[in-house]
Design a protein around this ligand. Structure first.
Ligand SMILES: [Fe+2]
Ligand SMILES: [Fe+2]
Length: 137
C-alpha cells in the first residue's frame, strides 16, 4: 500500500525529532534557562510542526481516517480517539509556540513534555493499529 508509506515516513521522521526535542528539554531543565542554541532548535521544531505535522494531521483527517472507516466500520472508535488526540495536540503546539516566543523555561518544559508524551504515543498507536484495522477490512 504505497499511499500509507508516506504516513509511515512522516511518523519515523517525527519520532527522531522528538528524541532531539527530549534532549533539548532535558538541557533546559538542567540549566534552568533556555540557551539561544536550544531556542533555535525549538524554532526549527515549530517549523516542522507547520510544514510537516499539521499537513499530516490534515491529510489523516480528510483522507486516511475516512478511508479507514469506509473500509472497516469497526475502525470508527479508533478514529474518534485519534481525532480527539489531534485536537489536544493542536492546543499543545500552540502552547509550545507561545512558550518558545517568550523563551520562558517553565512553560517551554511543560508544553514540550506534553507534545513529547502525546505525539509519540499517538504515532505509535497509529503505527500499531492502522495496519491491523486495514487487514480486518
Ligand atoms: Fe494522527
Ligand atoms: Fe499520523
Amino acid at each position: 500500500m504505497d499511499w500509507i508509506k508516506h504516513f509511515n515516513q512522516d511518523h519515523m521522521e517525527v519520532l527522531l525529532l522528538l528524541t532531539k526535542l527530549d534532549g533539548n528539554l532535558q538541557e533546559v531543565k538542567h540549566l534552568g534557562k533556555v540557551r539561544s542554541g536550544i531556542l533555535l532548535e525549538c524554532e526549527e521544531f515549530l517549523e516542522v510542526v507547520e510544514k510537516v505535522i499539521l499537513p499530516h494531521f490534515q491529510a489523516e483527517e480528510e483522507h486516511l481516517y475516512p478511508t479507514l472507516v469506509k473500509r472497516n466500520p469497526q475502525a470508527s472508535g479508533f478514529v474518534e480517539i485519534m481525532l480527539q488526540e489531534h485536537q489536544e495536540l493542536y492546543e499543545d503546539f500552540e502552547r509550545f509556540k507561545v512558550a518558545v516566543k517568550a523563551g520562558e523555561p517553565a512553560d517551554l518544559i511543560t508544553s514540550g513534555e506534553g507534545i513529547l508524551r502525546f505525539l509519540k504515543d499517538h504515532i505509535l498507536k497509529e503505527e500499531k493499529e492502522i495496519p491491523v484495522l486495514l487487514q480486518g477490512s
